[in-house]
Design a binder for this molecule. Structure first.
Ligand code: ATP
Ligand code: MG
Ligand code: MG
Length: 618
């Protein structure tokens, strides 16, 4: 995501003007005045965040890798995910979940000091005296942090409070030099919001087509220092993170299924992303969730909610779902055995199947909240709220609709595009599509390859690029949707693929060559010519001759097609057909053959030769 340039925020706050083109992802328009998102999307490529303020991604594993590692861990622990098992409900019991989400705000400076917010620079290189609580230093509220905070709260449909205040939350830990964290306990800056979740967002089937989850409040607060454990009990501390502005989003206890809880956190990430309010997502440590879990029996309508336990610091969507399931089952087991649930804080580790007790109520810290005497109230001008509301860009639900209905993507692919690379992957997709459209002009190649440009481009932007990230560390995706494989180069590969001038195999090899920089920028077409990689496809007669040769040795299989044609077997033997396609591919010059053409020819020959009287379907 783009960082909001401080100079521009300063200009807005002091002079009432801001260049919102630099603040949002490359879609600087208002939905209300737009006739179509697609139309709006095609804006000048010169618009984008200044490169100097673009954060590089923290050195944590990409989402795809995280998920693979989790799967490996789970496999190693002997706990395979049971397919088609309803783990969302337990008969006789109702689960209730409320979530607290901490998100790092997209600002250049810390909340109460002018030190830069940086995540990849050398440790302890961006620390002001106040961040270390050096005697004599005092907090200076950085008003620009309000811009992403208010944007986030608006995306969550909250009421922005005219006046809010800061409080001190006391606890003693090495990650908090002052001995207290500054937060907004009594008077947060935003209240009473909600999030709409639809079935395509991945909620549990039991929640039907969609649900609305209330947001109790959103508060501004400081992040803590980053701790890295070393052998022999040594802890390394990086104070670059201390004082970085966070928002804490607190939902109401209105979630009743584990998958819905995970879907909510995912949706919060997409929403914050869409208004450029956050630095990075859960997969890179910019978003962390604490889940509060309780259960109660369904046969007592008068009973209030059960006692909650809290599982802290979950750092993946899967962890949110798995930890809730484990904690729900533990609580039910305790209650069914006649025990009581103790209000306590619990932990969860990756690949685990059980939550573990960290501390109980008796060990709970008394935070001794008190208004911070060094900080005045925060007064937010309604005009600022109005301005930010009117310039918040495309809403993710509308964008998902557009990707599905206009571009023909599946809901899963549309949402994946919006999620990946903190929202930059979808911008990359638009860039590829723009470049591909420009090359194709009015000539639609849809009929040639049987797939529209948009779904082909989406498939490559998600799955083929995904394969690269499995073996390499990063695509170096920038917020304006460019990466190591320039969008124009991928468009060039897809252009030749759509026109059937290269095979899919060659297209994949070209992608790798561009990635390894064996092909220079803009050099895809020249590389195809230089390597004579053009697709010189076999003629119909050559395909037919090859198909006939293979069919002659496969009488048994051919007999199955005959049985189907005679109505003796119901299902068309598609598996057998694909087996024959493989045989033909191996029998001929592969670089001159297209599997789709082989399949078409084989089908026609089987219909004509083996089942006389049946017309070819083509
Ligand atoms: N009985 C319950 N079952 C499940 N969730 C609950 C229950 N009661 C409250 N919650 C949820 O617990 C969360 C409480 O968060 P809040 O930040 O207000 O307090 P806290 O957890 O005590 O504070 P912190 O963890 O920030 O120190 C909310 O998300 C709320 O919806
Ligand atoms: Mg809280
Ligand atoms: Mg809590």
């Amino acid at each position: 995501m783009a960082r909001i340039p401080t100079t521009e925020l300063g200009r807005y706050l002091l002079l009432g003007q801001i260049n919102r083109q630099g603040c949002l992802r490359r879609r600087p328009f208002q939905l209300a005045t737009a006739t179509s998102i697609g139309q709006l999307r095609r804006v000048s490529s010169s618009v984008g965040a200044p490169t100097s303020s673009v954060p590089t991604s923290p050195t944590t594993a990409p989402l795809r890798k995280q998920l693979k590692d989790q799967a490996k861990l789970l496999k190693a622990s002997g706990h395979k995910k049971k397919k088609n098992v309803d783990n969302q409900t337990v008969p006789g019991w109702e689960l209730t979940v409320g979530i607290e989400i901490h998100a790092q705000l997209n600002t250049s400076r810390k909340l109460f000091s002018a030190a830069a917010t940086s995540f990849n620079d050398s440790p302890n290189s961006h620390v002001a005296p106040f961040d270390l609580a050096i005697p004599g230093s005092q907090p200076i509220f950085q008003p620009e942090t309000l811009i992403p905070a208010v944007r986030a709260a608006l995306a969550l449909n909250c009421e922005i409070q005219h006046t809010s205040r800061f409080d001190r939350k006391h606890y003693f830990h090495w990650d908090q030099p002052a001995g207290y964290q500054i937060t907004q306990f009594y008077e947060p800056f935003a209240r009473n919001g909600y999030i709409e979740l639809m079935s395509r967002d991945g909620i549990a089937a039991q929640d039907g087509q969609g649900i609305r989850v209330g947001i109790q409040q959103v508060q501004l607060e400081q992040d803590t220092a980053k701790t890295t454990a070393q052998p022999d009990g040594v802890q390394w501390l990086d104070f670059n993170r201390v004082g970085v502005p966070l928002i804490e989003i607190i939902t109401r206890p209105e979630i009743h299924h584990p998958a819905t809880a995970a879907a909510l956190v995912r949706k919060v990430q997409v929403l914050l992303n869409s208004v450029d309010a956050c630095v990075s997502g859960m997969e890179t440590g910019g978003l962390r969730a604490d889940v509060n879990v309780s259960v109660r029996r369904t046969d007592d309508a008068t009973a209030g909610l059960g006692t909650r336990t809290e599982i802290k610091n979950l750092s993946s969507f899967k962890a949110v779902e798995d930890a809730i399931i484990a904690e729900r089952d533990r609580q039910i087991a305790v209650l069914e055995a006649g025990g009581v649930i103790a209000g306590e804080t619990r932990g969860w580790s990756l690949g685990s199947t059980e939550t573990r007790r960290l501390r109980g109520k008796e060990g709970e810290v008394d935070y001794r909240y008190m208004p911070d005497p060094d900080l005045g109230p925060v007064v937010i001008d309604p005009k600022l709220v109005e301005y930010l509301a009117s310039s918040s860009g495309v809403r993710p639900d509308d964008e998902t609709d557009e990707l599905i209905h206009k571009h023909g993507l599946t809901a899963k692919d549309a949402i994946s595009l919006l999620m990946l690379d903190n929202g930059a992957r979808v911008q990359y997709f638009y860039n590829v599509l723009d470049a591909l459209d420009a090359r194709l002009g009015n000539a639609s190649c849809e009929t040639i390859v049987g797939q529209p440009a948009s779904t082909l481009a989406a498939n490559w932007c998600l799955h083929e690029l995904g394969k690269l990230t499995e073996v390499s560390s990063d695509l170096d995706m920038t917020p304006d949707g460019e990466c190591r494989i320039r969008s124009a180069d991928l468009a060039a590969i897809l252009y030749h693929l759509m026109r059937k001038e290269i095979t899919a195999k060659v297209a994949r090899e070209l992608l790798w060559s561009v990635y390894r920089e064996d092909i220079s920028r803009g050099g895809v077409t020249d590389a195809i010519a230089a390597g004579d990689l053009w697709f010189h496809e076999l003629s119909e007669a050559e395909y037919t001759a090859l198909a006939d040769t293979v069919l002659r040795g496969e009488e048994k299989i051919v007999a199955e097609f005959t049985r189907h044609a005679e109505g003796k077997s119901k299902q068309y033997p598609q598996g057998k057909l694909m087996f024959l396609v493989g045989k033909v591919m191996r029998a001929g010059p592969e670089q001159r053959m297209d599997p789709a053409s082989v399949e078409r020819t084989l089908k026609a020959r089987i219909d004509q030769v083996c089942v006389p009287g049946v017309q070819t379907q083509g």
